[in-house]
Design a binder for this molecule. Structure first.
Ligand SMILES: Cc1cc2nc3c(=O)[nH]c(=O)nc-3n(C[C@H](O)[C@H](O)[C@H](O)COP(=O)(O)O)c2cc1C
Length: 205
């Protein structure tokens, strides 16, 4: 088979159980079990999510995994009150960030000449690109975690400047959202809220 025609096994739908695990049965957890999430799992997670596509392979997402209790505690003052308990009780808390200077890595990530300078010369374009693609990579993180059997609880209720001040000062990275990672606890999620139907949310032109 030629290179332009991938093996058919890469073109078939996942089985129903896999689709359940990724989407239909997956829920945002309300509590966490005590089961730890080790470094190997975090590496496996990154090794999957990094393969999701980004524009020009710019790969702007940066992740800060908070695993130690004292590190999680440093996050407490930045969280909205309603998020404190569920977020800080997660076995791992990940700060989903992006690097505004992502373009400095482009000479290694993309062979096209001049790309680094193109982004470096246009702050608006580079910020938009970092936010768009960093958010996509955050979405890949959620689905990669589910694929590995983890549950993910994302949070946007926090003060970004405080988080950046405490954790990101040395890096220059910007935080986009926060997520708890772990295995779900016994507390059942309420009935799933409705989603918009195809005809409400989609146009086929
Ligand atoms: C980017 C993002 C930010 C979120 N922020 C919060 C938050 O600050 N607090 C909260 O309780 N839930 C938050 N959520 C959780 C969503 O409300 C929840 O994932 C969504 O309603 C889907 O729930 P389900 O997975 O049970 O269907 C956030 C989810 C996402 C994707």
């Amino acid at each position: 088979m030629s290179e332009s025609h991938p093996e058919p096994r890469l073109q078939t739908s996942l089985d129903a159980l896999s689709l359940d695990q990724l989407f239909r049965e997956a829920r945002t957890p309300r509590s966490w079990s005590d089961q730890p999430v080790g470094r190997e799992m975090l590496v496996a997670l990154y090794d999957l999510l990094k393969l999701g596509p980004t524009s020009g392979n710019c790969c702007p997402a940066r992740l800060v995994f908070l695993t130690a209790d004292d590190m999680k505690e440093r996050l407490r003052p930045a969280l909205s009150p309603g998020n404190v308990e569920s977020c800080l009780s997660a076995p791992v808390v990940v700060l989903v960030c992006h690097d505004p200077l992502f373009f400095e890595h482009l000479p290694r990530l993309n062979r096209e000449e001049g790309l680094r300078n193109w982004f470096a010369a246009d702050v608006g374009l580079s910020e938009e690109t970092a936010m768009r693609n960093g958010s996509l990579q955050g979405g890949y993180l959620i689905l990669a975690a589910r694929a590995l059997g983890l549950a993910v609880a994302p949070y946007s209720g926090f003060d970004a400047y405080s988080v950046e001040d405490v954790f990101l000062n040395d890096t220059g990275w910007r935080v986009n959202f926060i997520a708890g990672l772990g295995y779900p606890g016994p507390e059942k999620a309420p009935e799933r809220a409705m989603r918009l139907g195809f005809d409400e949310a989609c146009l086929v032109l």
